[in-house]
Design a protein around this ligand. Structure first.
Ligand SMILES: [Fe+2]
Length: 266
């Protein structure tokens, strides 16, 4: 993909998001949150891409995937008033549909278009199945890492903001009981990523996010998590209850061991 095509897709994104306006400041925060998330994911993607042996064309493609990955979030919030896919629609599939409807990808060659669509469609899958060709797999893994790296920031900002300033759709509709459920703690302590079906409370949601560290792929991603202190900050937001310390330790050990490893590609 050429730089000019990336510039066109970026310009379309700005026009597209400007068409979404909520009727209240509280609603608008949810749109603003996704615009900022997208721009931050783009920055992270540039850094991840720079850490690999990418050609300028591959870097442009990686950036375009970052710009496009969450465009479905805008119609999702407009039509359903939530970011919870389980109670609305798969936002990754909606991103793909939006890109097609808007004709954004017409500027791309078939190969780039296929890689972009596949990466966007798979960015929120629980796990990436193993049957993708290596090239396609790399771009899908990149957006999955970049997305997670910024969602940690979003989550931390949400939890530390005054209640009236929080973007309401971040933590879905889970009850804030002040505790994690036992099953969720056991899963994370065993080194497994939490399945969304196990979420019972707001603190389980924080655990789910911590457990995403088990699904990171690139050395640079692990370095960024350590550099930004996300794990420790999220861990501080968890309740003081038996099992939390073990769950956090499992995540921390994983990140430290992978962050210390050299090597560029997973
Ligand atoms: Fe997403």
């Amino acid at each position: 993909m050429h730089q000019q095509q990336l510039t066109e897709i970026s310009a379309w994104f700005q026009r597209f998001v400007a068409t979404f306006r909520a009727g209240s400041p509280a609603g608008q925060r949810n749109y603003d949150l996704k615009v900022e998330h997208t721009l931050r994911v783009c920055e992270i993607m540039e850094r991840l891409s720079a850490s690999l042996d990418h050609s300028p064309e591959e870097r442009s493609l990686a950036s375009a995937i970052a710009i496009c990955h969450d465009v479905g979030r805008f119609p999702q919030y407009r039509d359903f008033g939530t970011f919870n896919d389980a109670t609305s629609t798969n936002h990754a599939a909606l991103s793909v549909q939006t890109l097609i409807n808007e004709g954004v990808l017409a500027v791309l060659d078939d190969d780039s278009r296929g890689l972009l669509v596949q990466s966007v469609a798979l960015h929120n899958a629980f796990v990436l199945q193993g049957d993708l060709p290596p090239h396609a797999r790399r771009f899908a893994l990149l957006i999955r890492d970049a997305d997670k790296l910024d969602i940690w920031r979003v989550m931390i900002e949400y939890c530390t903001a005054p209640r009236e300033e929080r973007a309401s759709a971040v933590i879905w509709e889970l009850p804030d009981t002040g505790s994690c459920s036992d099953r969720a703690l056991e899963e994370v302590a065993a080194g497994r990523m939490l399945n969304r079906s196990l979420l019972k409370t707001v603190d389980d949601f924080k655990l789910l996010q911590l457990s995403w560290a088990f699904d990171l792929n690139f050395s640079e991603s692990f370095r960024m998590v350590l550099e930004r202190g996300y794990l420790e900050t999220l861990a501080d937001l968890l309740p003081d209850q038996p099992g939390c310390r073990e769950a956090v330790a499992a995540v921390r050990d994983h990140v430290r061991s992978r962050g210390a490893k050299q090597g560029r590609r997973p």
